[in-house]
Write a protein that binds this ligand. Structure first.
Ligand code: AP5
Length: 187
């Protein structure tokens, strides 16, 4: 069963690739960013608490994020496999995920590598509320400080494959397929 995590800086294409892969393979796409944006849009109590962190490009407190994710991970829809996009975002979240998945564990972590200037170019072209340049720069700082340690964390467990996230959406999708299902990935 596919239990994959897409890891990478903001704008590296995690959401684009996860959506496409899940549609093609009938997997559940779990994006904590999308879940949080829906909570903000719906004005839920959780969304109101999360909004300021998101607007500043900071991480939303772990317990709020996991409250959104837990039931979905336990749902029958995840039984055929899932792709996590934007979670885990720090080492404590990776520990929480391990606790939730138990013996099943994460099967593969794909790290999408992309340089900052291309990230800023892509995100300025999109224009989401957190895509103003100072907020993008802060998201990059937060990624380096809090999320990038997960690269070594999963590499030490033998779960990590790094792919080049430059090029077209199709090119990156081919690399992702190879990382998950090709000889290198072998899920
Ligand atoms: P989240 O929604 O996860 O944002 P992010 O990680 O900053 O990622 P993005 O959505 O910006 O980029 P992406 O890598 O998904 O790329 P995408 O495919 O969209 O999180 C937002 C906020 O929520 C966080 O800052 C935080 O506050 C909070 N949050 C979320 N998860 C959390 C967690 N676990 N813990 C705590 N807080 C959390 O592509 C970006 C753009 O590039 C698009 O316009 C796309 O069309 C374009 N594009 C994609 N691929 C290509 C390509 N190959 N060539 C050209 N353009 C491309």
């Amino acid at each position: 069963m596919v239990r994959a995590v897409l890891l990478g800086p903001p704008g590296s294409g995690k959401g684009t690739q996860a959506a496409r892969l899940c549609q093609a393979r009938g997997l559940l796409h779990l994006s904590t960013g999308d879940l949080l944006r829906a909570a903000v849009k719906n004005g839920t109590a959780l969304g109101l608490k999360a909004r300021g962190f998101m607007d500043r490009g900071e991480l939303v407190p772990d317990e709020l994020v996991f409250a959104l994710l837990r039931e979905r991970l336990r749902s029958p829809a995840s039984a055929r496999g899932f792709v996590l996009d934007g979670f885990p975002r720090n080492v404590p979240q990776a520990g929480t995920l391990d606790g939730e998945l138990g013996e099943r564990g994460v099967a593969r972590v794909v790290h999408l590598r992309l340089e900052d200037e291309e990230i800023v170019r892509r995100l300025l072209g999109r224009g989401r509320p957190d895509d103003a340049e100072p907020v993008i720069r802060n998201r990059l700082r937060v990624y380096r400080a809090e999320t990038s340690p997960l690269i070594a964390f999963y590499d030490q467990r033998g779960l990590l494959v790094t792919i080049d996230a430059r090029g077209s959406v199709d090119e990156v999708a081919q690399r992702l397929e190879a990382a998950l299902f090709g000889r290198q990935g072998g899920l």
